[in-house]
Design a protein around this ligand. Structure first.
Ligand code: ZN
Length: 110
């Protein structure tokens, strides 16, 4: 497994191995992004989901930085950068929302 140093200090991997049921939210404004049932193991070392919890929560914009064109995922409410969206995810969406754990926080299901 991908692990380096103390996991508690490892920001990008903080939610990667979280298998509890709950909701992933914006770390800045609390907007709900993903349900844990949409999380999957992509093998990339990044927290990955195949669909947002509801339409309109995650805004996808073109990011042409670093000399390549990618679909950037940002928070629909506060505009915070979350990660990128790729077209190699599992069914039913075929999408992979590749998220940075530091942009989100996890709220365990009650
Ligand atoms: Zn936000």
């Amino acid at each position: 497994m991908w692990r380096r140093g103390n996991p508690a200090n490892c920001a990008t991997g903080a939610l990667l191995n979280n298998h509890e049921h709950g909701i992933y939210k914006c770390a800045a404004c609390d907007l709900e992004f993903f349900n844990s049932d949409a999380k999957f193991e992509s093998g990339t070392g990044w927290t990955s989901y195949f669909r947002p919890i509801a339409p309109g929560k995650v805004t996808v914009a073109i990011d042409s930085s670093h000399g390549m064109q990618r679909d950037e995922a940002v928070c629909s409410r506060c505009g915070g950068h979350l990660g990128h969206v790729f077209g190699d995810g599992p069914p039913p969406t075929g999408l992979r929302y590749c998220m940075n754990s530091v942009a989100m926080k996890f709220e365990k299901a009650k």
